[in-house]
Ligand binder design. Structure first.
Ligand code: ADP
Length: 303
């Protein structure tokens, strides 16, 4: 069993001929609403890939919460570890897209999932106790992440930190992580090393090792993934595919990695699985709907 502790937000996407400037109202052409948030996306990816995974997040008592609940019901995900805020709304992401240039402007309001209390963290002790891995991101209130990491360390549940979106994190928090999975931008922001080769990736990995992290994975978009584990370091190339929507590629990768690790695969096999899962996801529009099922990933990896 594994856990994702993280964010849920409703993605509200509007396309228009151009992005509004301050004070302007623009008539848009398309509106779409769907589940999002890094935590939720990663959990859906892991669940669709066959993992026995529990989503822990916090929702508001409003109709946007139903977007999470509806998706979880549809996919057969467990809802046993959700919290609800009495006064804060479910998180949202307002995504404006210019239909000509595809440029976007995004405002994320994490809302309820940014208000997870120590009392709520205390209630997930049994789930953490029974789990082999917990996957965290940096999209919920960080004090809750720190408490979960502490608890996980106490029970021998390994902590994977996907350092997204970039935020300053303490050395103490890093020391509780078994594995970190920044993308190249976050890796540079955290370590100061511009990652563009095996050598520079090694240097970035050394930074994390000094903080007490045991395994380092740096995702490099269409170039693939840098993996550093037990003295072996490689850049595993990405699968060559026709990408139509790479938003959520990192979420697909992290969810796939968690699913594969929970199956007992070693880190190299797990990265191959996650790489394949992410490559499938970038070939479809959308985030959670583009996450492939286990059979699709297995079939893709065989060919
Ligand atoms: P993020 O979405 O967090 O920026 P990346 O862009 O590094 O993350 O992508 C995460 C992973 O998704 C990559 O390491 C790779 O496995 C896969 N991926 C991303 N873009 C592509 C692509 N164009 N083709 C194939 N795989 C991709």
């Amino acid at each position: 069993k594994v856990v994702v502790f993280g964010s849920f937000v409703v993605d509200l996407m509007a396309r228009s001929p151009h992005l509004p400037v301050p004070g302007e109202t623009v008539k848009g052409s398309v509106f779409k609403m769907g589940p999002g948030g890094k935590g939720f996306n990663q959990c859906v990816a892991a669940h669709k890939a066959g993992a026995d995974v529990v989503m822990i997040t916090k929702l508001g008592k409003d109709s946007f919460a139903d977007v999470a609940l509806g998706t979880m019901d549809e996919l057969g995900m467990t809802k046993e570890s959700l919290f609800y805020s009495d006064d804060v709304e479910t998180g949202i992401a307002l995504i404006l897209v210019d239909e000509n240039t595809s440029q976007n402007e995004i405002i994320i309001v994490p809302g309820a999932c940014n208000t997870i209390t120590p009392e709520e963290v205390a209630k997930i002790e049994n789930v953490i106790k029974e789990s082999e891995y917990v996957l965290l991101q940096l999209e919920v209130n960080q004090d809750a992440n720190e408490l979960v990491a502490d608890m996980a360390n106490r029970y021998g549940c390994k902590v994977i930190v996907n350092t997204a979106p970039y935020a300053k994190i303490s050395d103490e928090f890093l020391s509780k992580a078994y594995m970190v999975t920044p993308n190249e931008v976050e890796a540079e922001e955290l370590t100061g090393v511009h990652v563009d080769s095996l050598e520079s990736a090694h240097e970035a990995a050394e930074y994390f090792y000094k903080k007490g992290v045991q395994k380092v994975i740096i995702t490099l978009g269409s170039r693939g993934v840098f993996v550093s584990s037990d003295g072996r370091e490689e850049i595993v190339p990405a699968f060559k595919v026709e990408a139509v929507d790479t938003t959520g590629a990192g979420d697909a990768f992290n969810g796939g990695l968690l699913a594969a690790l929970s199956e007992g695969k070693d880190i190299w096999e797990a990265v191959r699985f996650a790489n394949g899962l992410a490559a499938l996801s970038v070939q479809k529009m959308g985030t959670t709907p583009s996450m492939p099922k286990l059979e699709e990933v297995e079939k893709f990896l065989k060919t």
